[in-house]
Design a protein around this ligand. Structure first.
Ligand SMILES: [Zn+2]
Ligand SMILES: [Zn+2]
Length: 374
């Protein structure tokens, strides 16, 4: 029974938070890539890049209530390897940070420190691409920065690539853990600016790095960030508290049932113990009464004996046999009738209540008691 209960609790606890699925992956695969960026302006700042979709209502909600929603992202990549190749996420693997949630696409660039070609953390403001070229190459096209986690905070990295007019920033984890942080961004320029940022696992980042390394020097590796599932943390919290309520109620009911069972079995044990004690006392009292019943030893096989044989063992009486003489005038071998009387209290022939006549009274709980051996 117990493992079953455990499974029940587990399955209740496992039902996930509420998920709002929107903007799931469209089937339309973008073969035509937009190479000419459109210069937009935001808050008086010229910002390069093509934003594929306008920011949605939820995006604004996300800015004003940053802690409520978590949005996941698809990363789809295409490159040229003699033929056009395309690789898309089947499921969302990445997570938008604070700031704008929107679909963007652009040339993927693995940013590198100008002074250290092995540093891809974008913690230094002076950056190049992974082939040592100036980032000004990409000023006239939408481009997305690929950045490795570590060295400084998320915001600093994103600010640096934003200053080079990136439309998106993908930061990949520097450890293989599956947990993805919710990237904290407080800078107003980033929160409202024309850049979106996502955090992705290490393996995903390494895949992208490989593609750029092998195919990205002369042909553009193109990447699109697409909005996926959206979690409402608040309702997920409500859901969690209702799961907690159900679990606690269940545990309370279980505890009450267990207590009831314990009380029931304790009482039953007490009852049986009392009954056993009374039976012992009855046996002792019966033995006492038995001792008062007269006996006689057969000296001569004469008429002083009621019958020729004992009705219990059906053996004929012989000289020196000891008989028990019951008040109903029935006689038996003492060794034959005594065990019977201790069990049944009555004469086996006439049912006379022999022991009662010698002051023996049966306990209340044994009244219906021991007379089944007849
Ligand atoms: Zn006998
Ligand atoms: Zn009798």
């Amino acid at each position: 029974m117990k493992p079953l209960i455990f499974l029940c609790v587990l399955s209740i606890a496992k039902t996930g938070g509420s998920i709002d699925t929107r903007d799931s992956q469209s089937d339309e695969k973008q073969k035509e890539f937009i190479n000419n960026g459109v210069v937009n302006t935001f808050a008086g700042l010229p910002v390069a890049g093509t934003v594929k979709t306008e920011p949605k209502l939820e995006t604004l909600l996300e800015i004003s209530d940053t802690n409520r929603y978590i949005t996941l992202a698809f990363l789809n990549v295409s490159w040229f390897d003699g033929i056009e190749k395309y690789k898309e996420d089947e499921h969302e693997r990445s997570k938008y940070g604070m700031g704008r949630v929107m679909d963007v696409e652009g040339r993927l660039v693995y940013v590198t420190d100008s002074e250290n070609e092995t540093d891809h953390s974008a913690c230094n403001s002076s950056l190049r691409d992974s082939f040592g070229r100036s980032l000004s190459l990409y000023h006239n096209m939408p481009w997305i920065a690929l950045i490795k986690r570590g060295g400084c905070d998320f915001e600093k990295k994103i600010l640096h690539v934003y200053s080079y007019r990136a439309v998106g920033a993908i930061i990949f984890n520097n450890n293989s853990g599956s947990e993805l942080n919710y990237m904290k961004i407080t800078n107003k320029e980033l929160l409202e600016g024309n850049i979106t940022s996502v955090f992705t696992p290490m393996y995903k980042g390494n895949q992208l790095v490989e593609i750029i390394k092998n195919h990205g020097e002369h042909n553009p590796v193109k990447l699109s960030i697409k909005q996926g599932m959206r979690f409402d943390k608040k309702s997920s919290l409500n859901h969690r508290s209702s799961v907690l309520f159900v679990t606690i109620s269940f545990i309370i009911v279980m505890v009450i049932s267990m207590l009831w069972l314990i009380v029931y079995y304790y009482q039953r044990f007490r009852y049986l113990q009392t009954k056993e004690n009374e039976q012992k006392m009855d046996t002792n009292k019966a033995k006492e009464a038995l001792r008062k019943i007269p006996t006689k030893t057969i000296k001569t096989l004469s008429k002083e004996i009621e019958s020729d044989c004992c009705a219990v063992c059906i053996e004929a009486y012989r000289l020196n046999d000891v008989l028990r003489c019951l008040p109903c005038k029935h006689e038996f071998h003492r060794n034959c009738i005594d065990p019977w009387l201790l069990q049944n209290y009555t004469c086996p022939l006439c049912k006379c209540r022999v022991l009662k006549q010698y002051g023996f009274v049966v306990s209340r709980s044994n009244e219906s008691g021991p007379s089944t051996n007849a």
